[in-house]
Design a protein around this ligand. Structure first.
Ligand SMILES: C[S@@+](CC[C@H](N)C(=O)[O-])C[C@H]1O[C@@H](n2cnc3c(N)ncnc32)[C@H](O)[C@@H]1O
Length: 284
């Protein structure tokens, strides 16, 4: 029997925080993705009685929750899918507690195990850029599983007040060679979002794009920074130096967040950090 591969290194501080990964997500990024979802659900609701809706890469069920908050007709059906079992367990618990008409399935968005022309609506909230072939494999499945006449909504980050602070901390606390690697494709100007949807089959004339703003809110910026660093700091991999320099990284992140473009503080000391989305609505 071959030995099992050594798991990647994760700093002990991140391990402690990510033991409650769903909770951390809900306290940080999830608050912002919920505002994005609310924005476009307003545009595409109400949902007809026979709606079959995909909450694709559902995370903690952000889109499902926003749809259910519109008090839809009881005959609609939602299928919530993700590849992360921790998120799926969280959604299943909410479905049972609230008696929602939702099926929860472990599925990769690049290989949705459902027939062609299945959904009337397909929502992919802040996830397409994580999918294969720079998003195209996810877009292809969105197109395939949507009924003719159905509506797909996909979005990506446009701006994020905490992006430059995170990069600055990576540069300052990591050895040369580890820090500062740019992602292979930039989604920030919205071009890639439109490109993959057109390549997947949606016609240019059936696509509309717009933007909207949201904000992350932190009563305790140090805590918000630590949770966010545990989540985002290791996306390109962790190393021992990140554990050794953890406290320094968090202090620096707090300072960089305070001075970032898009950060404001109100009279009660509550910190608001802006983010915006490119929102694409396409009809098949
Ligand atoms: C930023 S979260 C967004 C979650 C949720 N849609 C929301 O609005 O809060 C990205 C989600 O995409 C999921 N994900 C990433 N790549 C995936 C893939 N290839 N197939 C299925 N889910 C994926 C992650 O597990 C995570 O739940």
């Amino acid at each position: 029997m071959s030995p099992s591969p050594t798991p990647p290194f994760v700093p002990k501080q991140a391990l402690g925080i990510l033991a409650n990964a769903v909770d951390v997500y809900e306290k940080t990024g999830g608050k912002v993705t919920a505002q994005f979802a609310e924005e476009y659900i307003k545009l595409v609701s109400p949902f007809p009685a026979d709606s079959v809706i995909h909450d694709n890469a559902c995370g903690p069920g952000t889109v499902t929750r926003k749809i259910m908050a519109t008090s839809p007709l009881p005959t609609i059906k939602i299928v919530a899918t993700d590849s992360n079992p921790a998120f799926l367990s969280h959604v299943r618990a909410a479905v049972i507690a609230n008696k929602w008409p939702v099926e929860v399935e472990n599925m990769r968005s690049e290989a949705v195990a459902l027939p062609n022309d299945y959904f009337t609506h397909s929502f992919t909230n802040i996830a397409i850029f994580m999918m294969g072939s720079a998003g195209l494999d996810g877009a292809t499945e969105i197109y395939r599983t949507l009924k003719p006449g159905g509506v797909a909504v996909v979005n990506c980050w446009q701006t994020l007040a905490w992006l430059e602070p995170i990069k600055a901390v990576q540069m300052a606390t990591r050895s040369p060679g580890r820090a500062g690697k740019a992602p292979p494709v930039s989604w920030a100007d919205g071009t890639q979002l439109r490109k993959v949807m057109v390549q997947a089959g949606f016609k240019e004339e059936n696509i509309t794009m717009s933007s909207s703003e949201a904000s992350a809110v932190a009563k305790d910026l140090h805590s918000w920074a630590e949770l966010s660093w545990a989540y985002l700091g290791g996306l390109q991999g962790w190393a021992q130096e990140d554990e050794d320099r953890w406290d320094e990284a968090i202090d620096l992140l707090v300072a960089k967040l305070q001075e970032a473009v898009g950060t404001t503080v109100d009279e009660d000391g509550i910190v608001y950090m802006e983010a915006s989305q490119h929102m694409l609505i396409a009809k098949k």
